[in-house]
Write a protein of this length. Structure first.
Length: 201
């Protein structure tokens, strides 16, 4: 038997590949079930299932419908945080989201990506990972993309459609592709609460 590159495989290599393939099937099955939970129109029921899957979610935090996840057990969300509709939260490495964070619709937060210089680009071994840490009181606008290894500082604002490829300082306002500093948040004494999320969303 040969692998996709044409290399002949030993019996132990075949068993390892079969085990890895079976593990991948179970992971994808879990991802599908988590996706289906995203259609349930009640926050408390979705939170129950996400916590059951290993996600840590603080008090009064809400995840709106149609959110997608990769490995719930590596995702931690603080208190009074709202995650918008259709958001992708990647847990293939640690993803930490602080308190009072407002994440708009269709934001994509990744902490794993392909190594474009890898000999076998599509192999799992070619994936590069990096923890993403979003501090308290951050606002992330619609359709922002955050890439692996990024820390977003306390009170920072990410403008809609930005692609964040490097760390963002506290209270900075960033925008563009790739995101650059375009301003600074004037109020640095942040102590607001986001409050209740929209019903049935």
């Amino acid at each position: 038997m040969q692998d996709k590159t044409g290399k002949s495989l030993s019996g132990s290599e075949i068993r390892t590949k079969a085990t890895n393939r079976l593990n991948a099937v179970f992971i994808e099955l879990g991802n599908m079930l988590e996706m289906w939970v995203g259609y349930i129109p009640f926050h408390h029921i979705r939170r129950f299932f996400y916590r059951l899957g290993g996600m840590k979610i603080g008090q009064e935090s809400s995840i709106h419908t149609l959110a997608r996840f990769y490995n719930l057990s590596n995702i931690t969300i603080g208190e009074d945080t709202i995650i918008g509709e259709g958001t992708i939260l990647d847990g293939r490495d640690k993803l930490i989201i602080g308190n009072h964070v407002d994440i708009a619709s269709e934001v994509m937060i990744y902490n794993a990506e392909h190594n474009i210089n890898a000999e076998h680009f599509a192999d799992a071994d070619s994936v590069v990972k990096g923890e993403v840490d979003i501090k308290d009181y951050v606002f992330i606008g619609p359709r922002v993309i955050i890439l692996p290894g990024v820390t977003i500082g306390r009170g920072a604002i990410i403008a809609a459609g930005a692609v964040v490829t490097k760390d963002v300082p506290d209270f900075a306002i960033v925008g563009g592709v790739p995101a650059k500093i375009i301003g600074e948040r004037q109020n640095k004494d942040l102590h607001y609460k986001l409050g209740r999320a929209a019903w049935f969303r």
